[in-house]
Design a protein around this ligand. Structure first.
Ligand code: NDP
Length: 239
């Protein structure tokens, strides 16, 4: 049966691939985009675009209200929106720290908190957080980002305990390096260094992340909650 799915940051990169994977499964999909625009790749689909910023609680609440009114109760939420503001810690400004934590960690909590209300009423739901291999492995120059992504593990595991009795699962996907706009900014030397440390010797495709997210949202994953699933070509060796 088709479900109502929300993917934050579903307008590009990994989020777009996740939205496309749910569309292919026949689900009713909504995405957030800060500019409120349907990306060209989703033209011709029934995907609902809602303008929302995960750093703004009122905007998240309004997005859910609209999705519930137009598509019905949200059964699957993928908290994917994220940013980087890399730099060495001694030169990292409070703004760089706050922006990354507020978007990646608190933004995901805001989305999950609003989603939980509807899921508790439905007595089922799937919450998937998009973390990162660096949340568990650490990464020089990414203290803010790694801390935000590690925080998602505690968030998901606490939700798994809080909401498990209502038939709601909460899991984390931890991608390795994926070729998107986020990684396009890395220099060639850094890219070569990264690939040298990945046993599979290549970046992930966005579809390889999306496949794991749809699995965690599907019936086959009904008994998986509080898990961290690495999709990193072996970089973290399962952590
Ligand atoms: P992109 O930079 O390509 O896309 C980021 C997405 O997040 C965009 O859709 C963007 O929306 C959205 N976003 C950012 N800030 C906000 C906000 N305040 N409110 C709402 N949406 C926001 O990144 P990726 O696709 O590569 O990354 C997606 C997720 O995967 C992120 O959480 C990232 O940390 C994680 N990840 C990525 C890896 C990689 O190698 N690429 C590796 C591991 C994890 P907008 O278009 O409006 O800016």
């Amino acid at each position: 049966m088709s479900r109502v799915v929300l993917v934050t940051g579903g307008n590009r990169g990994i989020g777009l691939a996740i939205a496309q994977a749910f569309v292919a499964l026949g689900d009713r999909v909504a995405i957030t985009a800060r500019n409120g625009q349907l990306p060209a790749e989703l033209e011709g689909t029934d995907v609902l675009v809602v303008q929302a910023d995960v750093t703004d609680t009122a905007s998240i609440d309004a997005a859910f209200d609209r999705i519930e009114a137009e598509l019905g109760p949200v059964e699957v939420v993928v908290a994917n929106a994220g940013v980087t503001r890399d730099g060495l810690i001694m030169r990292m400004s409070d703004d760089d720290v706050n922006a990354v934590i507020d978007t990646n960690l608190v933004g995901s909590l805001r989305v999950a908190r609003r989603a939980a209300k509807g899921m508790v009423r439905l007595r089922r739901g799937r919450i998937v957080f998009v973390s990162s291999v660096v949340g568990l492995l650490g990464s020089a120059g990414q203290t803010n980002y790694a801390a935000s992504k590690a925080g998602l593990v505690g968030l998901a595991r606490s939700l798994a305990r809080e909401l498990g009795s209502r038939g709601i699962t909460a899991n984390v996907v931890a991608p390795g390096f994926v070729d998107t706009e986020m990684t396009a900014v890395l220099g060639e030397d850094r890219k070569t260094e990264i690939l040298g440390s990945v046993p599979l010797g290549r970046y992930a495709s966005t579809d390889e992340i999306a496949g794991v997210v749809t699995f965690l949202a599907g019936d086959a994953a009904g008994y998986i909650t509080g898990a961290v699933v690495p999709v990193d070509g072996g970089l973290g060796m399962g952590h």
